[in-house]
Structure formats: structure tokens, C-alpha cells
Design a protein around this ligand. Structure first.
Ligand code: NAP
Length: 547
């Protein structure tokens, strides 16, 4: 694309940006037919007046525009981006560049206030095509957004931004794919640098890129994209044309994504409160792999809101501790809830940990000190101890623990410290013996266990978990305790707890442990008492909905 002369994009008059009306959350909409597209758009307006219509998801985009015009005439408060991305550049439009430009111009004439042109097409367009596009947009007062997409990685974003800037668009949109948590840093840096002088949108796609979606506005992005919440039940199918590389419409949770990792507008607004985050907001994470189904974001963000703490907790998908520590250092993160597989490995990176955490050999909570160093805690211990100490005196109590894995370690070390007599029974007996030796507990064979009688029986195996093949960790006739505590919390009532109830035995759910360990994390991070009842309420509700 030549860069000088009257018709060059650099010298062309920029259209008037309807700045004031640009919202912060743009809901991306796609569908297999114009009727469905506009039905979804109509439904999405309840959440945001700012929409992106993916015309390229339609079989005949240009033919849809009269209906788009009618839609916009009915909804004069709506702000719409029209996108008709061609197949080679990650869209679904099979037509030529000329056809794409024609569609975008007609979209502007139909009332769409912004058109999105991918940088590859911008570079391919001849001067006369540019002149025509500029004139059409100018006549309609529509703005130009030039976009860059990398569907495989996060590379040189600076170079991508420079390619876009050559066209002097009203909006710069740079979208990459996060392969690590650290890739978010590159996107956020780009937004921060560029937003001083331009209207910029930056996103890293993929589950690892969620940080960029949550923190993009805080970094200075003009707006960010969200998926359509399908709660209105508009239409059943989305055109998931194989031709749309990774931008295929994917049903995910209660939303329909146009890009991997996209989250619904309600999640961004209600769970992460992205419009309220500012420079004073403290950023926390829950890290591990898998992490998508963690209830910690719901629980902690609810608690932050309830206690008016200016903080947000974001799921961080990673199995690589180095990657997590880079984010902790450079974002920076004020604290992290650490889950599998990082709980042990993180210990050697701590400036200090409490003695029990060191003895257990697992840390589930990080706090960044004022000195920038990391301090580690194990709140799983409190998660087991607190529900029990409300119900019985732990000193001298006979407690049987089924399992010898990570959760069992926290339970056993914590209970021994409280003066309980702890017995470990495990599928692999050697693992029980090893843990018992380390913790000053006793290992029992299955036969010894079956003959014993205990004040409390704790299940710390995954038996009974939703999807687990083995519902009960013991035989029915081995239920030999006055109280049964199942650490598994999904389902809320596990087969073991159900059996215990049928026998008239008191029970404690894994949900109590989950909330208690989370409540201690909240206290470590904020120094405030945790709103436990509210934390319990939202997590319980979410678990009931999942059933
Ligand atoms: P883990 O480290 O993998 O340990 C699992 C333990 O269960 C091991 O001792 C293993 O025995 C045993 N086990 C696995 N499958 C079994 C089976 N089919 N039959 C009998 N024993 C079996 O797991 P974890 O991190 O300790 O977690 C265990 C459970 O606790 C999970 O289901 C999780 O939901 C729950 N948990 C709950 C919370 C909470 O907040 N409520 C927190 C943490 C964990 P081997 O030694 O023979 O492999």
C-alpha cells in the first residue's frame, strides 16, 4: 500500500469518531442467518448497547444489510461494529477483497458506526479502493477500525500495531493468542503504551489470555469484546463453519464465543467488574491446570465486593511455575490461590512460609509482601480443622483419614497438631505409611480400619466426585464413625454423605472446607474478616446450578 499521495490512507481525512457513544463492552454476535443474528443482537442489547455484528458468519452478508438497517433504525441507541473478515485472515467470508469492502461500505450506509477491516486486507487494498472506502465512511460519519489477529501465538505486537497505524484508523485492534500467562503482559503493555495517543483494543485469545480480557480496560483499552450470553435462548445453532479457523462460534458456558477464551458480558461486568477496576485495584489469581471450573473467582470476587475491597481475582491457567511467577512479579499480583499441580513446587520460591506449611510440603496461598517477596500459607489445614472444631474437641479425638494425597496431608498434619489421634488408610498402603511417619500419625491396613471405631471419618480420596467411577471410598459396612466429613464437594451430597445420613450419622460437606480455606485466604490477603456466609451462599448456589 503506497504511503504518500492524495489517496493514501495516511493523508485521508479521518472520520468523526462517535467517541461518546462507544461503550466499554462490545458483545460479538454471530449466527447462521440474519434473523438469528438480529434476534441475538436484540437480546444482547439488554446487556450492552455496543455490539459487533459478524457479517462474515452469514451465508450472504451483503443481503443482510437492509435488515441490519431496520434493526439500527429501531435501536437508535445501539452502537455497532460491522465485521466481514475474509477466510484467509481468520473470518468466514469467502468473497473477494472488493466484495468485503463493498459490504463494509454498505454496512456503514445501513447505520453501523464502526467497520472492522483486517490489516491484511487494508494492505492489499489499492489506493482507489481506499479512497472509496474513506469517502463512504466519511459520508456516513462512520469510524474505521483496523485489526490484526494472530491465531497461534503472541509475537511482535509492536510491529503489528505499526502495520495498523500506517492506515491512521480511528481504532487499533491487536489480537493475539496467549500460549502462556506472560503473553498477557505483552498485550497489556501494548495497550498501556498506545492508549496515550490512540484508541486501542488489545486481547490475547485463549484461556491463558483471560487476564488481558479482564485487565484490558484498566490498562487503557478503548473497549473490549465479550461473548453473547445466550440466556435468552435465541436460536439453537451457531454457524460453526470449519472455515472460521479459531474464530468459529463456540458454545461455551452460557455464552456463544466468536473467539477462543471470550467470556460473556455478564461475567466481565458482574464477576470481574472490569468497568470499575482502576490503578488502585489489587490483582489476585487462582492458578493451576485445569482451572476453568474453579469456584474461587466467584467466591473471592463476591467477598471483595461484599467487603468493599478494591480487588479482583482472575483464573490463571498454567502448569508452569516460572510462567506464574513472571506474572506475579511483573503484573504484579498481590496474591495467588495455588492449586494443582503447583502446590509443592512453589515452596522453594517463598521468602517465608509458616512452619506447618513447610512441614506439609504444600502451599495453597501466596501473598506478595510490601518488600515484593512471596509469603506462603496452607489454608487447606484451616479448611479441615475449622469445620471440625465447631463440632467436637479435637484433642484426643480418634480420626480416620481415607487417602494419603495432597488434601490428606493438610488434614493429617493439621489434626495431629491439634492433638488428635490420626489414622491413615489408603489404597496404596505404602503411601499411608510414609505420610504417617512424616506426620506422627498411624497407618492402618484396610482390615485394621474395618475393625476400628472413630470419632470422625474423613474422605480425602476423589471417590464420589461427580464423574468418578467409584462412588464410595469404603464398603457400606465399614462406616464406623460418629461424624463423616467428605472433602469432595461436587456433588454437594456425595454417596458417602448420603449413606451416613441414612445411618443417622452427622455429616460435614466438602463445601465447608472449600469455603473455610477460601475465607482464610481472603483474610490473609485483605486483613479483614471474611464474609463466610455470603461466600458459602454463592458457591452453594453455583454448585446446585451445575447439577
Ligand atoms: P491426590 O493428591 O491425587 O490424592 C488422592 C488420594 O486418593 C490418594 O491417596 C489416592 O491413593 C487416593 N485415591 C485415588 N483414587 C482412589 C480410588 N479410586 N479409590 C481409593 N483411593 C483412591 O488428590 P487430593 O488433592 O488429595 O484431592 C483428593 C480429593 O479431595 C479430591 O477429590 C478433591 O475434590 C478433594 N479436595 C477438596 C478440597 C475442598 O476444599 N473441599 C480441597 C482439596 C481437595 P493412592 O496413593 O493409591 O494413589
Amino acid at each position: 500500500m503506497p504511503d504518500s499521495g492524495l489517496n493514501s490512507p495516511r493523508s485521508a481525512p479521518a472520520p468523526v469518531i462517535p467517541r461518546l457513544r462507544v461503550g466499554k463492552l462490545c458483545v460479538a454476535i454471530q449466527a447462521g442467518s440474519v434473523e438469528e443474528l438480529l434476534a441475538r443482537a436484540e437480546a444482547a442489547l439488554a446487556d450492552s448497547k455496543f455490539l459487533e455484528l459478524r457479517l462474515d458468519s452469514l451465508p450472504h452478508p451483503a443481503e443482510a444489510l437492509p435488515k441490519v438497517r431496520e434493526f439500527l433504525a429501531r435501536h437508535r441507541d445501539a452502537m455497532v461494529i460491522a465485521t466481514c473478515r475474509r477466510q484467509p485472515f481468520g473470518g468466514n467470508f469467502e468473497g473477494t477483497l472488493t466484495a468485503e469492502l463493498e459490504t463494509l461500505m454498505k454496512a456503514a450506509q445501513a447505520g453501523c458506526q464502526i467497520v472492522d477491516l483486517e490489516v491484511e486486507s487494508a494492505e492489499e487494498a489499492a489506493p482507489r479502493q481506499w479512497e472509496k472506502l474513506r469517502a463512504a465512511l466519511h459520508a456516513e460519519g462512520a469510524a474505521l477500525l483496523v485489526s490484526f489477529h494472530d491465531f497461534s501465538r503472541t509475537g511482535d505486537l509492536e510491529q503489528a500495531a505499526q502495520r495498523i497505524e500506517a492506515f491512521r484508523p480511528d481504532f487499533i485492534k491487536v489480537v493475539s493468542t496467549a500460549c502462556s500467562l506472560a503473553d498477557n503482559l505483552a498485550v497489556l503493555r501494548l495497550i498501556k503504551d498506545r492508549s496515550r495517543s490512540a484508541e486501542v483494543v488489545g486481547i490475547a485469545m485463549g484461556e491463558e489470555g483471560l487476564v488481558s480480557r479482564v485487565l484490558g480496560l484498566r490498562a487503557g483499552a478503548a473497549f473490549t469484546f465479550a461473548s453473547f450470553s445466550n440466556s435468552a435462548g435465541t436460536g439453537s445453532g451457531t454457524k460453526t463453519g470449519s472455515a472460521i479457523k479459531t474464530e468459529a462460534g463456540v458454545k461455551a458456558g452460557n455464552g456463544i464465543q466468536t473467539a477462543p477464551g471470550q467470556v460473556t458480558v455478564r461475567t466481565l461486568r458482574d464477576l470481574y467488574r472490569v468497568e470499575q477496576l482502576d490503578q488502585a485495584t489489587r490483582i489476585f489469581g487462582v492458578a493451576g491446570n485445569p482451572i476453568a471450573h474453579s469456584l474461587s473467582p466467584l467466591m473471592q470476587n463476591t467477598a471483595f465486593r461484599r467487603e468493599s475491597v478494591n480487588a479482583v481475582l482472575i483464573p490463571l491457567k498454567t502448569s508452569a511455575l516460572d510462567d506464574l511467577l513472571t506474572l506475579v512479579r511483573e503484573l504484579p499480583l498481590a496474591g495467588v490461590a495455588v492449586t494443582m499441580p503447583l502446590k509443592q513446587e512453589v515452596l522453594s520460591h517463598l521468602a517465608n512460609a509458616d512452619p506447618l506449611t513447610t512441614r506439609i510440603g504444600a502451599c495453597n496461598t501466596l501473598r506478595t509482601g510490601a518488600d515484593g517477596k512471596l509469603y506462603g500459607f496452607n489454608t487447606d489445614v484451616a479448611g479441615v480443622i475449622r469445620p471440625l472444631e465447631k463440632r467436637l474437641k479435637l484433642k484426643g479425638a480418634r480420626i480416620a483419614v481415607l487417602g494419603a494425597g495432597g488434601a490428606a496431608r493438610a488434614a493429617v498434619f493439621g489434626l495431629v497438631e491439634q492433638g488428635a489421634e490420626v489414622f491413615i488408610v489408603n489404597r496404596t498402603h505404602e503411601n499411608a505409611v510414609k505420610l504417617a511417619t512424616e506426620s506422627k500419625a498411624q497407618a492402618l491396613t484396610r482390615e485394621q480400619f474395618a475393625q476400628g471405631r472413630f470419632d470422625v471419618l474423613i474422605n480425602s480420596t476423589p471417590c464420589g466426585m461427580a464423574g468418578s467411577k467409584q462412588p464410595l471410598p469404603i464398603k457400606e459396612n465399614e462406616l464406623n464413625a460418629g461424624l463423616v466429613f467428605d472433602l469432595v464437594y461436587n456433588p454437594l451430597e456425595t454417596p458417602l454423605l448420603k449413606l451416613a445420613k441414612e445411618r443417622g450419622i452427622a455429616t460435614v460437606t466438602g463445601l465447608e472446607m472449600f469455603v473455610q480455606q477460601g475465607a482464610r485466604q481472603f483474610e490473609i490477603w485483605t486483613g479483614k474478616p471474611a464474609p463466610e456466609a455470603e461466600m458459602l451462599r454463592v458457591v452453594e448456589l453455583a454448585l446446585r446450578k451445575r447439577r
